[in-house]
Design a protein around this ligand. Sequence first.
Ligand SMILES: *Cc1c(COP(=O)(O)O)cnc(C)c1O
Length: 352
Amino acid sequence: MSKFFNSKYAKLTPYTPGEQPQDMQYTKLNTNESPFPVSAKAVKYVSEAAEKLQLYPDPECRQLTQKIADYYGVGFENVLLTNGSDEILNFAFMAFCEKGAAFPDITYGFYSVFAELNGVEYTEFPLNDDFTVKLDDYINTDKTVFIANPNAPTGIALKLEEIEKILRSKPNRLVIVDEAYVDFGADSAVNLTKKYDNLLVIHTFSKSRSLAGGRLGYGIGNKDLICDLNTIKYSTNPYNINRLSAAAGLGMIEDDEYVRENCQKIIDNRTYTEKKLAELGFTFTNSLANFIFAKHPLVSGKEIYLELKKRGVLVRHFDKERLTEYNRITVGTKEQMDILVKTLKEILEEKI
Ligand SMILES: *Cc1c(COP(=O)(O)O)cnc(C)c1O
């Protein structure tokens, strides 16, 4: 730390992203990216946009914002695009958490980092032993609720009725539903934003839309919420969406059929892999996301992670107490899943 660092940040522990090692070609199943490339249309739009890179992008990102609004049947004023959904999450912690924030003890690791960064006081409600949410915790709190649905890294989803129960219980408390993984089988709360002004739904292009490298996310909610978030955006980074990413995003929304096909492939590969893992003795949560959260009764999570890495397969292991027996395995192509299963088989034969 330099002598110039603001003391209010001295104790901040930053978020640790999944490793992106460059030392060899891994079968990369550790950061929930899509295994499928962006569409040809997205590439074409990006190359056209590249010819105008001397010009600032449209700060309102009108074309893509309108496309997203039309896609979900909401108005232009109900959508805000950001530089990855991480940015809108940070904006939400800045904008809406004067009374504090509440989220599960096991969830997306960035929530507590954003809370710390912004000096937001927060409560972590423990999940049940089976990693399901205790609904009453959220029904009863006055703090701004952050729920990843499906949750990370468990993949377990709440039903829409349950989300609605939280929304209805306190109309003056905001609920932020992070639907990063919703396209892989869970129900989206986007339509509820038309009925409830205390709901903000957050989406990303990083998982189902193959654009992790493009950094695009967005929020959908009541126009006053979006207006507040714009106040934060125009006070930090008005040009938060660069031309190339906006162009890529447009291509991926227009090529929705391709996106839907890819999501279905991931869902099919998830079922396929779960069956194979079960045959090897693994158990896992009921994931509706593009990953499987699995543990083995005889070999520790850490050991499996390290042995897989040695053999060129990367998965995500968390050292946190309740998670240490597990690994989060991104669902990729069928070929990648076959490599994973074959490698796990080798490891288990050696260890047991
Ligand atoms: C991946 C992820 C994000 C962040 O996505 P970006 O749009 O790439 O910033 C947000 N929330 C959850 C739960 C995620 O898993």
